[in-house]
Design a protein around this ligand. Sequence first.
Ligand code: FNR
Length: 382
Amino acid sequence: MIISASTDYRAAAKRKLPPFLFHYIDGGAYAEYTMRRNVDDLSSVALRQRVLRNMSELTLETKLFDETLSMPVALAPVGLCGMFARRGEVQAAKAAAAKGIPFTLSTVSVCPIEEVAPAINRPMWFQLYVLKDRGFMKNALERAKAAGVKTLVFTVDMPTPGARYRDAHSGMSGERAALRRMLQAMTHPAWAWDVGLKGKPHDLGNISTYRGHPTGLEDYIGWLANNFDPSISWKDLEWIRDFWEGPMIIKGILDADDARDAVRFGADGIVVSNHGGRQLDGVLSSARAMPEIADAVKGDLKILADSGIRTGLDVVRMIALGADTVLLGRAFIYALATGGAAGVTNLLNLIEKEMRVAMVLTGAKSISEISRDSLVPQAGSV
Ligand code: FNR
């Protein structure tokens, strides 16, 4: 049954990828309740159909900070993207740039900042984790700045990694097991070409570049696992805010009080997110968390949102609930794994078409006309 392009791409990615990589993408934390609710809660938000309103002129264009986006969508930071397609970050970034939307490079990318930024004709966004090694953080910020990055996405919902039991079953978690698995994938005749690493495990993006290669994959994974920092607080972010000149977005906000704190801190934006249900299972879906957060801070900073967005209709729903722009996570990764840049382009085109249909039939001629009035409160909206 075809439900959406990302459902099809998910099925194709499952056939194509080594199982441990598919489950790394597809899985969430613990019993995956929150991961499922992200999708279910959002897709059950009822759109309010309106007709006979002359919808011949329609624009999806959006301003975000100093950028113009062809539609209110960006690609979320995804670690190890370069394992899912050859030089995967570059391929995804090119597809996003050609579509006129931002690509966010993860801290834990396969392709380094210096490879991805010059490959595209618009500034990419860069995502940073809070890590104990502040030297790495400073170095990464300096490199991002030098590469022309303006927008920083600061992920704060991983002070400690969530328990992902699918990864434990598939052999992706645990330093040694993950090392063995990834080496297998890189040196497998088909995969070694596809991934573009050709069995060179030190070729692992930002972290190995910082530490001086070849540090080796084992070192990389071990370093990362020991580097998440549970002691982090708003105070620790002040030097970053002061150092970074461009927009700073705090990713991983799920509570209205934290959103208010982000405003007080001086953030330019937040991402309402539970990390795609990969951190704390049992927390609210983004769709459920959004209305209260939007009521608290809409207009004080930009509200971005992710977790569970699979279609153009979902984009319209999330914006109606209060977001200014959304991020695609798994939706674009399945497409990238299946068809590289062409897969991501196709997905983005389909999402745009779905958005257009939803806007015509809800009577919204522009993104700013999408509001809670575009939803039916009684009929299953959250
Ligand atoms: C992620 N996510 C993520 N977030 C982040 O800030 N830095 C990262 O490196 C990663 N890595 C990552 C890997 C994989 C495989 C996934 C699926 C997700 C979270 C990501 O940015 C986003 O918040 C979620 O993917 C959104 O949920 P959906 O749309 O995938 O359900």
